[in-house]
Design a protein around this ligand. Structure first.
Ligand code: IMP
Ligand code: MG
Length: 175
């Protein structure tokens, strides 16, 4: 049987929220240049939409880290797959993530980036699942805070599928 997906945030609501985040970031960093770091693959849809809503001098870069585990749970082990193309030393950096769940992936990533001496380092996530946190990672910009449900769409996957859905939905796996 196929998986059933219930819409949690329709496309219009997601886009509205991203526009608000873009406006907030534009105000917060007025007159500065920023580096947006998109974490692959999940945050790519969000990062592109967000970048379009930020009215600042902006550099977009990509990084890829994996956390081992099954399709719905990350383990503690994280590994770098693709590093940034550019140096972030002395720059205002915002890491853009799709979702902060346990926070293990981000806690690893933020540690690595901190050591490269950016001028500032913040975290912007489309979704936050605070109930699942096992680290002290906290996002500075949050699209939506959600309960402990497994979501897909707008870049988020379930076993690599459903990233292309234009909305965010909750998966009810078929058997
Ligand atoms: P963390 O290290 O547990 O915070 O895991 C973060 C990563 O797990 C995210 O970047 C996602 O790739 C994945 N993840 C966690 N929760 C979900 C979810 O509800 N849907 C899709 N992916 C998720
Ligand atoms: Mg991810």
């Amino acid at each position: 049987m196929g998986d059933r997906i219930d819409i949690l945030f329709p496309e219009r609501e997601v886009n509205n929220r991203i526009r608000q985040l873009g406006e907030k970031i534009t105000l917060d960093y007025r007159g500065e240049e920023i580096v947006l770091i998109c974490t692959l693959k999940g945050a790519s849809f969000f990062a592109c939409e967000l970048a379009k809503r930020i009215d600042l001098s902006l550099i977009l870069d990509f990084i890829s880290v994996t956390s081992y585990g099954n399709s719905t749970n990350s383990s503690g082990e994280v590994r770098m797959i693709k590093d940034l193309d550019e140096s972030i030393e002395g720059k205002h950096v915002i890491v853009v993530e799709d979702i902060v769940d346990t926070g293990r992936t981000l806690s690893y990533l933020m540690e690595i980036l901190k050591k490269r001496n950016p001028k500032s380092l913040k975290l912007c996530t489309l979704l936050d699942k605070p109930a699942r946190r096992v680290t002290d990672v906290q996002a500075d910009y949050i699209g939506f805070s959600i309960p402990d449900q497994f979501v897909v769409g707008y870049g988020l996957d379930y076993a690599q599928k459903y990233r292309n859905l234009p909305y965010i939905g909750v998966v009810n796996p078929g058997r």
